[in-house]
Design a protein around this ligand. Structure first.
Ligand SMILES: Nc1ncnc2c1ncn2[C@@H]1O[C@H](COP(=O)(O)OP(=O)(O)O)[C@@H](O)[C@H]1O
Ligand SMILES: [Mg+2]
Length: 415
């Protein structure tokens, strides 16, 4: 009997010790984890913009406007009528300036690569001529040269309308100087030129000096459970797993549309080399929009960027765009070895198509097929480039097919 009691006491003792040890370990991990998070958090947010700084930037813009140095269709609303009102800033100090504002009750975003107008290169022509008599054709030629320089594309005169249309009522020097500051921003050129051809790029609303206004959308967030905060895009009443899964399926299909469109619908393929949730947004109708195209390149420019000297494949990686090192000539291949779809599968779709998010709203076999297809699509490229293109086409059509099947299942469950 004593033996049994002794054994029980020993077990209790061990159990108590284990619990204490477990508790101590848990407390230590918690402490370490919080310290780590605190440090990361502080280092990320310490360089965030402040309201004060952003107000200063806009005040300076308006001062330059009042002096007649710059102009634009939104300057009056921003600087005089107060119809364009500052709300908050969204940028990191070292990055481009991204400011949320309210324009006649509608949210908009103001963007500029640099803070101050005079930091942009000034057009020499403006100091050389005094009158308005610079022929329109000469200005258009300069715009075309700048576009060729920035995008590596040759454009005809009639496609440059969104970049330069003179307004007779405004001071012409300020107009040309403002246009020139905008033309030094690749993003502005992309957004303006692709406006009428693509629903997957931001709409430009107007400009004032070096700042241009674009539509305000629901941007992606790396840590958000559904990447895009769906309640913000569709409305606060947007709840329920099934509606969320349906929305994610629609957004994923829109991503595929965008990939297909950027690959095939322009005169050259458009490569996205900085693919992450924060660089995409959704409209209310769940269309995916590329909101940060600083690292987007049409094929000719992409080839120039990739074709570098190398000693190994790693030398041929340019953010999300890779090519292969030809060791015999020690040069990177000009052709990109991966593609937009592959990176989107890897950095966005993988997050969505995991069992815990989709719950039981879609049948298990279809869920498995989707996970497998996303895994295949995200896999590193095969050695042979033609084989790679075929694999990618196959991935695209398979994903389309599976997502459409998910949509049908969800609709059937509704009906
Ligand atoms: N049109 C927009 N609508 C809503 N949020 C936006 C918009 N444009 C940018 N943002 C927000 O601002 C952030 C920074 O903008 P982005 O153009 O990506 O600048 P950066 O080049 O500094 O990354 C984005 O990640 C997004 O959260
Ligand atoms: Mg960005």
């Amino acid at each position: 009997m004593r033996g049994v009691f002794g054994f029980k006491r020993l077990r209790l003792k061990i159990w108590r010790r284990c619990t204490l040890l477990f508790f101590l370990c848990w407390a230590a991990c918690w402490l370490l984890g919080s310290t780590f998070l605190f440090l990361v958090h502080r280092s990320v947010f310490s360089e965030r913009c402040t309201d004060e700084k952003s107000h200063r930037i806009l005040a300076r813009l308006c001062l330059d406007y009042s002096k007649g140095a710059l102009t634009g269709d939104l300057c009056e609303d921003l600087c005089v009528a107060q119809k364009l009102v500052y709300k908050q800033c969204l940028y990191y100090d070292r990055g481009k300036k991204v400011i949320q504002a309210d324009w006649k009750g509608q949210p908009v975003i103001l963007k500029s690569k640099k803070e101050i107008f005079s930091s942009y290169q000034r057009l020499r022509l403006l100091d050389e001529v005094e009158t308005q008599d610079v022929p329109e054709t000469e200005l258009l030629l300069m715009v075309a040269l700048e576009v060729k320089n920035v995008l590596g594309l040759e454009l005809s005169n009639n496609t440059m309308g969104p970049l330069w249309t003179r307004r007779r009522d405004l001071h012409w020097k300020a107009q040309v100087a403002s246009m020139w500051s905008l033309l030094q921003q690749e993003e502005y050129i992309y957004f303006s030129l692709l406006q009428d051809f693509s629903k997957h790029v931001l709409r430009v609303i107007g400009s004032c000096g070096h700042f241009y206004a674009v539509e305000y959308l629901t941007a992606g967030q790396a840590w958000h459970k559904t990447i895009f905060p769906l309640e913000d895009a569709v409305g606060p009443s947007f709840t329920g797993t099934k509606r969320k899964v349906k929305a994610i399926t629609d957004i994923a299909l829109s991503f595929l549309d965008m990939v297909n469109h950027f690959d095939n619908d322009f005169s050259h393929r458009l490569h996205l080399c900085d693919i992450k949730p924060e660089n995409f947004a959704i409209r209310n109708d769940l269309t995916v929009v590329a909101i940060d195209v600083d690292m987007a390149f049409f094929e000719p420019k992409m080839r120039d960027i990739l074709e570098q000297n190398c000693t190994e494949d790693e030398d041929c990686n340019f953010f999300d765009c890779f090519s292969k090192c030809d060791l015999t000539i020690r040069k990177c291949g000009a052709e990109r070895a991966n593609n937009n779809l592959q990176v989107i599968c890897d950095k966005i779709f993988r997050h969505w198509f995991s069992p815990n998010l989709r719950g039981h709203t879609i049948s298990f076999p279809l869920q498995l097929q989707l996970q497998k297809a996303v895994h295949e699509c995200a896999k590193p490229e095969p050695k042979d480039l033609t084989q790679h293109q075929q694999t990618s086409l196959h991935s695209l059509s398979e994903l389309y097919h599976l997502l459409q099947a998910s949509q049908r299942e969800l609709q059937k469950a509704d009906g």
